[in-house]
Write a protein that binds this ligand. Structure first.
Ligand code: MRU
Length: 347
């Protein structure tokens, strides 16, 4: 079952988005049928569907919903509301924009674009997994032979995409080829995407893993218990600065201290060359409640407020490599995302 997909219903030829409600995992595997842009926006904002590549697909499929439900004027207005429903992952706006370009040609044309973005995401995920594996083999040949200890944050697997995902796709490849010793999955406060979703995906794979509190990660690295850190990305700017789940920047500092590779895995669609540097990225703040309320229990005295940035920005100089579906960029060697694409797609 895919985290997000499109189905054609028999009623009047209208279609709908099917998505896994990720807020209910790992307790329940439930799918939702989404037929309007308002329903989709609600799902995006409460993180029923999440992760940069999945949001790109959701954005494009959302324009297809808008097109089939209205005329081009109402569809464009709906699409523009959808485009800004979460600000940090560039994929959402990108997916909406791609689909909007087809709006004047009709619903079927929009849907064709959306389905192509979905299919490209699958191809891209497989290409990243292979390229990421090859990079690790290159950087860590001896560790690869004895089994890698990898550390990751948030959820970057099939749930965050259409299939396989980004950083967790690479980890899956390492596991499938027999080179994985263990995965440390940061729990990822405040919404526990690591403890809930990544641990669920790794369990389903049968891959060895342990969930850790976020603040244990740098200590484990300093103890020499981690060979490499692999993370996803929500937006990579022209100079290589990378926005990803809050906590990622600390991991990059920990990796530098420990002298181990810090690798970002993301499709080319996550690269935003229109934005020069990371300090220009709009970082979503998700408010107080997510931080002070855990499982319905209020943890802080009444009136306590929180700063709750959902993402942070890792400076390019801390990133050993950015692995995309088309190339491996080495910011630490002065290569930039804005440089011309060097390699051909190898999927
Ligand atoms: O707030 P979320 O759960 O949407 O955040 C997701 C992340 O930060 C992921 O690491 C990122 O989108 C890459 S997903 C392949």
């Amino acid at each position: 079952m895919r985290a997000i997909d499109w189905f054609q219903s028999d009623q009047g030829g209208l279609g709908y988005i099917s998505l896994i409600d990720q807020t209910l995992l790992p307790d329940a595997l439930t799918t939702l049928q989404i037929r309007t842009v308002d329903e989709l926006i609600e799902c995006i904002q409460r993180l029923a569907v999440r992760g940069a590549p999945a949001l790109g697909v959701a954005g494009a499929m959302g324009v297809a919903l808008a097109a089939q439900n209205g005329n081009t004027v109402t569809a464009r207005a709906d699409a523009l509301r959808l485009r800004v429903s979460r600000p940090t992952a560039v994929n959402l706006a990108w997916g909406v924009d791609q689909a909007l370009e087809a709006l004047e040609r009709g619903t079927q044309a929009v849907l064709t674009v959306a389905l192509s973005i979905r299919d490209q995401d699958v191809i891209g995920s497989h290409a990243m997994a292979k390229r990421g594996y090859e990079l690790l083999a290159d950087l860590l040949p001896e560790k690869m032979a004895s089994g890698l200890n990898l550390l990751t944050i948030c959820n970057t697997g099939a749930l965050a995409a259409v299939e396989r995902g980004t950083a967790l796709g690479v980890i899956e490849e390492v596991f499938l080829r027999g080179n994985l010793k263990n995965v440390f999955a940061c729990e990822t406060r405040p919404l526990f995407q690591g403890a809930r979703l990544t641990a669920w995906e790794l369990s389903n794979m049968g891959a060895p893993h342990q969930t850790i509190v976020d603040s244990a990660a740098n200590f484990l690295m300093a103890q020499g218990r981690v060979d490499a850190v692999l993370v996803g990305a929500d937006r990579i700017t022209a100079n290589g600065d990378t926005a990803n789940k809050i906590g990622t920047f600390s991991l990059a500092l920990g990796a530098q201290f420990a002298g181990i590779p810090f690798i970002v895995v993301a499709p080319e669609t996550t690269i935003d060359c229109e934005t020069a540097t990371g300090d220009l990225i709009d970082i979503e703040d998700r408010g107080t409640e997510e931080v002070v309320v855990i499982n319905g229990k209020v943890m802080s005295p009444a009136g306590t407020t929180s700063v709750n940035p959902a993402f942070d920005v890792t400076p390019a100089r801390l990133i050993s490599a950015i692995v995309t579906d088309q190339r491996a960029i080495r910011p630490a060697l002065n290569e930039l995302p804005s440089d011309e694409v060097a390699n051909e797609m190898t999927a």
